[in-house]
Design a protein around this ligand. Structure first.
Ligand code: SF4
Length: 436
């Protein structure tokens, strides 16, 4: 009888795709995927360590699994950024862990499992394997049939003081553009019409051509409809890339360009390598095209030393750019980051209040941006296998807006296909519509 596995993934889409890769490796080993840890012989916790909260979730899950392991044989493995960051220390804190596998050692999973099955305790491999980014794409066991994730570059050469990624993911390594084009062709042949190109710093891609060239090459693939990409660094956002974004009909009209703060003093302490003026100049590369796409960003509030004036500068930037959507968090001090040495003496109440103010204003901006679509007919890709809450189907527009499509109980909508939707209403988080 085949062994059963369950993978729990936290964090970014790159970690999601690593989870798909690890699942594919396990299937090749004869393991069978199951829907919960309760049914599994092997549980893989694919972790994130970008913020303290993510780490807490991992440790509470490890606590729960320790009790399960007292009841029955259960192999527990840890992968992802927390595994790479904390290595052996994890065994001390959670002795129920059988193995730790690093972010740059994915293909060592079968070997590590064999060592545990052979009776070795506390097996660990967090080596930096130079070919990790050349993972065979056909092995990945993809979770979505609506959109395929394609990692094009791993690691990051920037050194933002609050960020652990350069430590946990290493320096930038790009895949050859030919491999990426071949992978996307294979995905289209399997029925995918949308891909998302991934990297911690996707727009510093250097796999034999520029990122902009890569987008044009991928867009030449027959049958592919939308190309998305994430995450970009403003200093690698070029005029060439901006032109491609607004002129290539297959590149989805959506740009996520994290700014983090509207204060030059804070950006300097974050080592973001740009000023607000330089950031706005880069956005200016979009020109008229700005009106055709949705713009998103990340904000960190409460960074050490952030004054009222600094926060006001962030609110002024939000007002000036009027992002369609943004993701905002309170600064989370991370072990192993340079920002940890900065005096973090802002009262938590002040930090939470700043986050509340920023998110409240963003909600208004997002709502206004969604309202502008009422009465229009758009293309949207069906993302749900069936009706979600309120009997509607979930779909996503080209500029990354959620749409709840009312289609009546009897009608089945084609997962992964684009449909025409007439927008009948809007909310702060989604649009509402009917099939056109
Ligand atoms: S660009 Fe900065 S925030 Fe982004 S992954 Fe690299 S170091 Fe982290």
């Amino acid at each position: 009888m085949s062994q059963k596995f369950y993978i729990e993934t936290w964090g970014c889409q790159m970690n999601d795709h690593d989870g798909e890769r690890l699942a594919g490796l396990l299937e090749k080993q004869g393991y069978e995927a199951v829907g919960s840890s309760a049914e599994a012989d092997l549980v893989l916790l694919n972790t994130c360590s970008i913020r303290e909260k993510a780490v807490h979730k991992v440790h509470s899950e490890l606590g729960r699994l320790r009790k399960e392991k007292e009841q029955r044989p259960l192999m527990i493995g840890l992968t992802g950024c927390l595994a790479q960051q904390e290595e052996e220390a994890l065994f001390k804190r959670a002795p129920q862990i059988d193995f730790v596998l690093g972010t740059m050692a994915l293909q060592q999973l079968p070997k590590v499992i064999e060592e545990v099955q052979a009776g070795r305790k506390r097996v660990i491999d967090t080596g930096e394997y130079p070919d990790n980014h050349l993972f065979p794409p056909e092995v990945a066991r993809r979770r979505s049939t609506a959109k395929a994730l394609v990692t094009i570059i791993e690691g990051c050469n920037h050194a933002c003081t609050y960020c652990i990624v350069p430590t946990t993911r290493g320096v930038e390594r790009s895949r050859p553009w030919q491999d990426i084009v071949a992978e996307v062709k294979g995905l289209v042949a399997r029925g995918y019409k949308e891909v998302e190109l991934l990297g911690q710093n996707v727009n510093s891609f250097a796999g034999g051509c520029t990122f902009s060239d890569l987008l044009w090459r991928v867009s030449e693939i027959e049958g592919l409809e939308w190309i998305r990409f994430t995450t970009s660094h403003p200093m690698n956002f070029t005029e060439e890339l901006a032109r491609t974004l607004v002129t290539n009909p297959k590149v989805a009209p959506f740009l996520h360009l994290p700014v983090q703060s509207g204060s030059n003093a804070v950006l300097k302490r974050m080592l973001r390598e740009y000023t607000v003026e330089q950031y706005l100049e880069r956005l200016g590369f979009l020109g008229e095209g700005r009106s055709k796409l949705a713009l998103s960003t990340d904000f960190i509030v409460g960074f050490p030393g952030e004054t009222d004036a600094d926060f006001q500068a962030t609110m002024d930037l939000l007002e000036a750019v009027k992002y369609d959507i943004s993701f905002s968090f309170i600064y989370s001090p991370r072990p192993g980051t340079a920002a940890l040495r900065l005096r973090d003496d802002l009262p938590p109440k002040v930090k939470s209040e700043r986050l509340r103010i920023l998110q409240a204003r963003q909600m208004e901006l997002t709502r206004a941006s969604n309202d502008a679509f009422i009465g229009r007919t758009l293309q949207a890709r069906i993302e749900s296998e069936g009706p979600i809450e309120n009997g509607a189907w979930l779909a996503r527009t080209a500029d990354w807006r959620n749409v709840h499509i009312a289609s009546g109980p009897a009608r089945l909508l084609p997962l992964g296909e684009r449909v025409s939707v007439t927008i009948t209403g809007a909310g702060p988080h989604q649009l509402f519509g009917e099939l056109a």
